[in-house]
Design a protein around this ligand. Sequence first.
Ligand SMILES: [Zn+2]
Length: 90
Amino acid sequence: MNKTTKQPKDQKPVFECEYCGQQTAHKSYLNHTFGRVPNLIVVANVETMVCGNCGQSYLEGEALAAVDAVLKQPKKFTAQHSVSLAQLAA
Ligand SMILES: [Zn+2]
């Protein structure tokens, strides 16, 4: 208990947020949807930066390029899956 540990092992790495500039962004793997029904594309497990300070979530670098590639040639990268889709009346 006398030791002072500077960096606890279990601490998640944090990054500087692109929006608010605070060291409060962390990586998270989220599903993103693009387009709209019936041409909806879901990209699963996208490495996403999520800021705990301002709440922004955004893609960076490789993840952004990978998603761009999918959206440019959706047929090449997507497989048809059955998805439960609910649409609320506008
Ligand atoms: Zn932020």
